[in-house]
Design a protein. Sequence first.
Length: 111
Amino acid sequence: MSAYPKETKEQPTRSGRPRKRHFHGNQNTENDEDVQSSASAKKLSSATNVIVGRQSKSFAEKMDEQRVTRENRRSSLATKEACQARQQQLTEKNEFYEATKGPLYGAGIAD
């Protein structure tokens, strides 16, 4: 016996199209309230009326964690490069002053 009744001539279809069938999901999955899922998984489940299970939740958490790790790495590299650029500017500035005015301190300068 099929889960969906067959259409007959007495049952009109919407503008000649077959009736829409809804996927009810796996009956063994947990309800969304039982699983504290991420915001993106909740939006997806509410939009599609699909129950979010453990694997979906863990997949969403894993992807979120990878995205955050990747962005942290990118921001730290940008910060590191900016620090190195400031250090290089300071070194060039000090070398310029030393070349024009001579060393400001050192052994035997005060004599």
